[in-house]
Design a binder for this molecule. Structure first.
Ligand SMILES: C[S@@+](CC[C@H](N)C(=O)[O-])C[C@H]1O[C@@H](n2cnc3c(N)ncnc32)[C@H](O)[C@@H]1O
Length: 228
């Protein structure tokens, strides 16, 4: 009979193996070359970009579920606004790896996604003048609109490094060092203050392979809780 400690380690090892399979990037059989990819455009399609969405809207050339892979190569720019939070952690990490694979050597990924720090600071007051309202507001942020996982700057940065990006830099809404990536955000704005933007806007480029043990521990704990 195996001791309890060994059994727990075996189960955790099995979970870790399954998790690695879920997070592994797929290799599409056919990849199309495009210069600019706009993922999860919804109806806010961008002229001059290959617009991708799960649902058809006028101007969406690629109606596909990116959870099935990203069949593109040599991409110079990938942009996704208010999209990443619609994927679970595993799906999101796999998507980031697939973006890295689809981008060319000088390619850049720009993401804009709700800022968990902003949600926490603005939606949940403690002590609260209306605890019931705040309780619902927080749950709405996590579960509303199909949201699956909310990020702060630190976690999205760690995820991008784990996906194989070397350089990660945050920007303000509409700002970028690269002219092509400036003034792209269109999604409705929530009231910001300078220290606390309502969205995390981040660009990632370059390649690197590195392990982040603190991220891996946090993910293991989260995954264990999700599957228990
Ligand atoms: C909140 S909307 C954002 C639309 C637009 N980018 C904006 O900022 O207003 C999220 C979009 O992502 C699309 N989407 C969600 N999951 C997707 C998936 N797995 N593959 C492709 N598109 C997806 C949805 O259909 C939707 O149009």
């Amino acid at each position: 009979m195996l001791g309890l400690g060994i059994r727990v380690r075996l189960i955790r090892g099995w979970y870790a193996w399954k998790r690695r399979q879920r997070q592994r990037a797929r290799t599409p059989l056919v990849r199309q070359t495009v210069e600019r990819l706009h993922i999860g455009s919804g109806p806010l399609v961008r002229p001059g970009w290959a617009n991708v969405d799960l649902e058809y809207h006028e101007g969406v050339e690629h109606v596909l579920d990116v959870r099935d892979g990203l069949p593109f190569k040599d991409v110079r720019y990938i942009y996704a606004e208010h999209f990443l939070e619609h994927l679970s952690w595993d799906e999101g990490l796999r998507f980031l790896k697939e973006c890295r694979a689809a981008l060319g050597a000088d390619g850049v990924l720009r993401l804009s996604t709700p800022n968990l720090d902003w949600v926490w600071a603005t939606q949940y007051r403690s002590p609260s003048p209306d605890a019931v309202h705040d309780c619902f507001a927080m749950n709405k942020a996590f579960r509303g609109w199909g949201h699956q996982f909310l990020y702060n700057v630190g976690t999205l940065t760690a995820a991008l490094h784990a996906a194989g990006f070397a350089e990660v830099k945050s920007f303000r809404y509409g700002e970028s060092d690269d002219l092509v990536l400036r003034d792209l955000e269109r999604h409705e704005k929530s009231p910001d203050d300078d220290a606390l933007p309502h969205v995390v806007v981040i660009e990632a480029r370059g390649r690197r392979e590195a392990r982040d043990e603190s991220l891996e521990r946090a993910v293991e704990d989260y995954d264990w809780a999700l599957r228990s």
